[in-house]
Write a protein that binds this ligand. Structure first.
Ligand code: AMP
Length: 352
């Protein structure tokens, strides 16, 4: 049976774009989000204003929806599991468990037969010293949980760097040290798996980050067909291993020899897939909705080269100029306050 009403946990721009895609297919959406008038609720059919783990709110969401999804990976796993007992939850809660903890995530990716950076759990300054020595004095130290857009990280670029107090400086929480990957560029792949196990992959995007935040995604990525194939194969292995339903984003480092090292997975539509709404007939947002609602997947082929650029903070002032340029799709998120580092919208420039 196909779904008619979709519950979305989380009310940000990703939920907003999912709700817009759902509406075009005559599907209703209800957002669970504590902040009233959030970006997603502005374009959805309804909102339950409550915390993500509010038991009454979750019961109400299960009652009014045929299927529930989420737009961020830090949805409490227990809440997703409780919901899944009452209504189908896609992607499966296991995908949340894996992606919420970088140590579990890296181990899972390795178990799928995909290369990752070397890594070690760091639960004390002593662990850090030992792990850094093991990695030749260089590496990237990250919080295991709740890190995003480069937050909660410290890079050790030389063995001479002062390590004193580095463990405590990241909050005294469980950490992971990763070896420093000498990458040439970063790419990501957006892929989808439907309820029958059919998989569709978009072309890999080449991503540039500024201050830890995605700045641009460019299509085509400057990688060989063999490297693009590696990315597709890796995404397929991850999707199949999780028994996944919906869209996933997988980020990779590209090595000088064209090899790939997987960095992280996002069990949701992903910022580096926003270009699909301008350069493909079926966007990642519609693809996700199709997968979870029980519709056939759409064609992921790209019809144009393009560059997607995020509008961060004051970049919102450039909107009039973007609107005046030919071949540009402008997408704004309905956020009133343009704080530094805040994603306000994005633009995708199409090239013939
Ligand atoms: P993450 O929060 O894991 O997405 O990391 C943010 C950014 O830091 C990545 O996009 C890379 O540019 C850089 N980075 C993260 N991990 C590593 C690593 N192990 N080696 C080299 N660069 C990294």
């Amino acid at each position: 049976m196909t779904a008619r009403t979709i519950g979305i946990i989380g009310g940000g721009q990703l939920g907003r774009m999912l709700a817009m895609a759902a509406a075009r297919l005559n599907l209703r959406t209800v957002i669970l989000e504590p902040q009233a008038d959030c970006p997603a609720a502005q374009v959805a059919n309804g909102q339950i204003v409550a915390a993500y783990d509010d038991a009454d709110a979750l019961a109400e969401l299960a009652r009014i929806c045929d299927v529930v999804t989420y737009e961020f990976e830090n949805v409490p796993v227990a809440a997703a599991q409780a919901l899944a007992a009452a209504v189908p939850v896609y992607p499966p809660p296991r995908a949340l468990e894996v992606s919420q903890d970088r140590l579990v995530e890296k181990s899972f990716i390795r178990d799928c037969g995909i290369l990752t950076a070397d890594f070690a759990a760091v639960d004390s300054q002593g662990d850090l010293e030992a792990a850094l020595d093991h990695f030749g004095g260089v590496g990237v130290l990250k919080t295991r949980r709740l890190g995003y857009d480069g937050k909660g990280q410290r890079v050790f670029r030389s063995p001479a760097e002062n390590r004193d107090g580095a463990f405590e400086a990241l909050g005294g929480v469980p950490l992971i040290l990763e070896s420093l990957v000498p990458f040439e560029r970063e790419i990501s792949i957006i892929a989808a798996r439907d309820r029958d196990g059919t998989i569709a992959c978009y072309d890999p995007a080449e991503n540039v980050h500024t201050n830890g935040i995605l700045h641009t995604s460019t299509l085509p990525a400057r990688v060989s067909e063999a490297t693009a194939d590696l990315a597709r194969k890796a995404a397929r292995a991850i999707l199949d291993n999780l028994g996944y339903v919906g869209v996933i984003g997988v980020e990779f480092f590209v090595l000088p020899d064209g090899g790939l090292v997987a960095n992280e997975i996002a069990p949701r539509v992903h910022n580096s897939g926003h270009w699909t709404e301008a350069a493909c007939v079926v966007s990642q947002f519609e693809q996700h909705i199709r997968a979870i609602a029980g519709h056939p997947l759409g064609d992921p082929r790209r019809h144009s080269d393009c560059v997607m650029q995020n509008l961060i903070g004051d970049d919102i002032d450039d909107v009039p100029a973007w609107l005046a340029r030919p071949g540009v799709l402008v997408h704004l998120y309905g956020k009133t306050e343009a704080r530094p580092g805040r994603k306000m919208g994005h633009v995708t420039q199409i090239f013939d």
